[in-house]
Design a protein around this ligand. Structure first.
Ligand SMILES: [Zn+2]
Length: 277
C-alpha cells in the first residue's frame, strides 16, 4: 500500500525528482488507503472510494480492462456493498469498468450529470468512429496490451445508464456522509466535481491532471468546453484538506494545490491566492 499523499508532497516540494518517483499516473491496480474512510485504486483512471455506514461510494470505475481489478483491490480493504457509483464524467476510462462494480452488487445506484447519458448515446451511434479517433490519442496503450476501449463496443455494453442524474447541483446523502455534486464544463460537458464536507475533500475528476490543461483533442467534439479546468476557480470557499484527481496522485493539503495552481493562467492563481491563504 503506497503512501500516495506523501509521494505527491515530495514531488511538489522537490524532495524527490520526477525520474526518481516514476510515472505519477500509475496503472498498478493497487489500493492505497488515504485515511481510515477514504482509499484509492491507481488505475486508468483511478477509483476513489469512501466508507459510509450505508456502504461504499466510489467515484469512477476505471475502464473495462480495469474494473474487475479495481473491485478486487477495494475488496482487500472493505467488504461492504457498493451503495453508489458516481461518474465524474462519461469518458470510457472513468465509466467502462462499472460493469464489474454492478456485478458485485446489483443494487448499486449510479449517479451522474444529465449529459453523461447523451454522451453514451453518441458513443453508441458513432462506435467505429470513436475507435478510430481514440486510437490516435491512446493507441500506444492498446499496442502495449492495455486497450482503453471496450472489447466489443467502444462504450462497454456492461456500462449502465445513470439511475440518478442532475443539472447543476445535487446533494447526495449516503448513510452518514454527504456528497455535494457540482456540474461544470471542463474537459467535457458532463463533468462533476464533488465536495465531501466530512472529509474536507474534493473529488476533482479530470479538472486537475497534474499537467497543462487538455484543451484540444482532434476530432473529439467535447474536448474544449467553457473555461476548462479553470472551473477550479469555483471550488469551494472552504478549505479542502485533500483533493483527489482521477488520473494522477492525490494532493494532500491546500498548500500543494496552491503551488500547483501557479502554473495555471493568472486569474486562476489570483483566485487561489485570494481565498486560500
Ligand atoms: Zn476525461
Amino acid at each position: 500500500m503506497a503512501d500516495l499523499l506523501t509521494l505527491s508532497t515530495d514531488v511538489i516540494d522537490g524532495r524527490i525528482e520526477l525520474a526518481q518517483a516514476g510515472p505519477l499516473n500509475r496503472i498498478t491496480h493497487e489500493f492505497s488507503e488515504l485515511n481510515a474512510r477514504v482509499g484509492m485504486v491507481e488505475a486508468f483512471s483511478h477509483s476513489i472510494v469512501f466508507r459510509t455506514d450505508a456502504g461504499l461510494v466510489a467515484f469512477d470505475t476505471s475502464n473495462e480492462h480495469g474494473g474487475e481489478r479495481c473491485v478486487n483491490a477495494i475488496r482487500q480493504w472493505d467488504k461492504a456493498p457498493f451503495h453508489s457509483i458516481i461518474f465524474t464524467h462519461g469518458h470510457i476510462d472513468h465509466v467502462g469498468g462499472c460493469g464489474a462494480f454492478i456485478d458485485d452488487n446489483h443494487a448499486t445506484q449510479v449517479v451522474a450529470h444529465e449529459n453523461v447519458a447523451r454522451r453514451f448515446e453518441r458513443y453508441r451511434l458513432t462506435n467505429g468512429y470513436n475507435h478510430v479517433i481514440n486510437e490516435r490519442q491512446f493507441g500506444q496503450f492498446r499496442r502495449r496490451g492495455y486497450d482503453l476501449a471496450g472489447q466489443a463496443q467502444f462504450l462497454p455494453t456492461s456500462t449502465p445508464e445513470p439511475d440518478i442524474t442532475y443539472s447543476h447541483r445535487h446533494s447526495l446523502k449516503v448513510g452518514d456522509t454527504h456528497f455535494e455534486l457540482h456540474h461544470a464544463k471542463g474537459e467535457t460537458d458532463d463533468h462533476t466535481w464533488a465536495w465531501i464536507p466530512s472529509e474536507r475533500a474534493i473529488c476533482a475528476g479530470d479538472f486537475f491532471i497534474w499537467a497543462f490543461p487538455m484543451r484540444v483533442i482532434p476530432k473529439k467534439p467535447n474536448a474544449t468546453q467553457g473555461s476548462g479546468p479553470l472551473h477550479c476557480e469555483r471550488w469551494p470557499p472552504w478549505t479542502p484538506s485533500s483533493s483527489y484527481p482521477h488520473t494522477v496522485s492525490p494532493l494532500p493539503v491546500k498548500s500543494e494545490f496552491n503551488r500547483c495552481s501557479m502554473t495555471w493562467p493568472t486569474h486562476s492563481s489570483h483566485w487561489f491566492s485570494k481565498h486560500w491563504r
